[in-house]
Design a protein around this ligand. Structure first.
Ligand SMILES: Cc1ncc(COP(=O)(O)O)c(C=O)c1O
Ligand SMILES: [Zn+2]
Length: 442
């Protein structure tokens, strides 16, 4: 069976556009595009047959299907030739039962999906492998692409730079100067991208990169290019697969530009369409209170207005004018959506509190965990619900946040779980005394 996917306008304008032409908005109305699959063709396999196929491929070595994104290739981008794929074994990140943290919150069935345990340390790799593979195939076929470019709050640029380098494609990244972590800045530097640090915020970088990509030959790699979302949607399939093909009750995800929540919803909807699941989970988007345009829209019956995003430790979601807001609202309406926000103190404490149960959270995951705590306290999440929190990046990329917290240096935060190293001379008795005092304090 020949599988097929095309771009269509999310507002429903007639017509379809090839995935192999650089096009990011509907030529009729200017709205965003989405990738639509030929569902009739995909229905040639039964739900059970799809599950079996995905399980057979999962984390094995047959190129490129061992990647959990490409293991679902027919649902993602069926026309990419295997030899054009640029993959570094995406997906298959751990989904673990957060037993102790769940117990602290009076929950029996809390799970954390560690998307940050990936090649460049964030979920962005799931989508970037798809976009860069398409670009490589366009170039192989003689298409005119000089470089791939993105605006970024740090993780997108890290992922784009790595995949572009692996695929031998020039990359240009636009970052808001001083607003990404040191690790995030160094990733594209190390991978040889042209790194442009601009005196603006993410929304300013986004405006410039959209203009750049009108230029022939500069291909836009932000998530408004919905090829990214096709890869990112596999996280929904992977979560269900890891739960032995059972659907969670609630999924909580931090939101900035709002591509990822749209992708998550699309993954669940495709599974339902093809009969793999028979209900949809509730989706909760968590935003930093400093950059909360979706939260405000939620409180106003989904009436959206952009805001000027204020500084937040959750720097990757410091976004005031999210490009994918309408897609996100559509997704939330279909998934009993809730939007919650977290202050700087709430996100930092939630992150630290979870760290005390063995995790090592990035601040964005802290926002999601703070939302979980607040919804639990308000009785909006039950003790017995199966809840999955999507952790979007590795805490290892956010050392300044961790250090600032434990050294009591974060604005607006009085740390309740600070823990600092005890510095001692080279002396047995001092060590003994420190241990006894610690035990006494415990
Ligand atoms: C670590 C992290 N979490 C969450 C997000 C939010 O994802 P989205 O912008 O698709 O809403 C991003 C990216 O912006 C991110 O880098
Ligand atoms: Zn349109």
């Amino acid at each position: 069976m020949a599988y097929r996917a095309v771009f269509r306008c999310i507002a429903g304008c007639p017509g379809e556009h090839s995935l192999w032409t650089p096009i990011y908005r509907c030529p009729t109305c200017g709205d965003l595009l989405e990738v639509c699959h030929d569902l009739g063709a995909l229905k040639d396999r039964s739900a059970i047959a799809w599950m079996r196929l995905f399980d057979e491929r999962y984390k094995r070595t047959t190129w490129p299907y061992g990647s959990s994104v490409w293991g679902k290739k027919e649902w993602v981008c069926p026309d990419v030739r295997d030899e054009a794929v640029v993959s570094m074994d995406e997906g298959g990140s751990n989904l673990f039962w957060a037993e102790r943290f769940g117990r602290d919150l009076g929950m029996q069935d809390l799970w954390v999906k560690l998307c940050g345990n990936s090649h460049t340390g964030s979920f962005k790799d799931l989508g970037m492998t798809v976009l860069v593979s398409v670009v490589r195939q366009i170039i192989q076929d003689g298409g005119n692409i000089r470089a791939v470019a993105c605006a970024s709050t740090g993780d997108t640029s890290a992922s784009l730079a790595a995949y572009a380098a692996a695929g031998d494609i020039p990359a240009i990244v636009l970052l808001p100067r001083g607003k990404v972590s040191t690790a995030q800045l160094l990733q594209p530097v190390a991978n040889g991208a042209l790194v442009l640090a601009l005196d603006t915020d993410f929304d300013g970088c986004m405006a410039i990169v959209q203009r750049l990509s009108q230029d022939d030959g500069i291909y836009l790699a932000n998530s408004m290019n919905s090829l990214r979302l096709e890869g990112q949607k596999t996280v929904a399939v992977e979560i269900v697969q890891q739960l032995d093909w059972q659907i969670p009750d609630v999924v909580i995800i931090p939101g900035g530009n709002l591509g990822n929540v749209s992708a998550l919803g699309a993954g669940f909807e495709l599974m339902a369409e093809l009969g793999l699941i028979d209900k949809q989970p509730q989706i909760v988007v968590a935003q930093a209170a400093a950059a909360n345009p979706l939260y405000l829209a939620y409180t106003r019956g989904w009436e959206f207005e952009a805001v000027a995003a204020q500084p937040t430790q959750a720097s990757a979601i410091q976004i005031g004018n999210p490009v994918s807001v309408q897609k996100a609202i559509r997704t939330l309406k279909r998934h009993h959506g809730i939007v919650e926000q977290a202050t700087e103190a709430e996100l930092a404490e939630a992150s630290a509190r979870a760290d005390r149960t063995g995790m090592y959270n990035c601040p964005h995951t802290g926002v999601a965990l703070a939302a979980l705590i607040k919804l639990r306290e308000r009785g909006l999440i039950d003790a017995s619900s199966r809840v999955v929190v999507v952790s979007t990046a590795s805490g290892l990329k956010f050392t300044d946040f961790k250090l600032g917290y434990h050294e009591d240096g974060l604005p607006g935060v009085t740390p309740e779980h600070a823990n600092t190293p005890v510095e001692l001379p080279n002396d047995y008795d001092s060590v003994r005394k420190a241990i006894d005092q610690h035990a006494g304090a415990h």
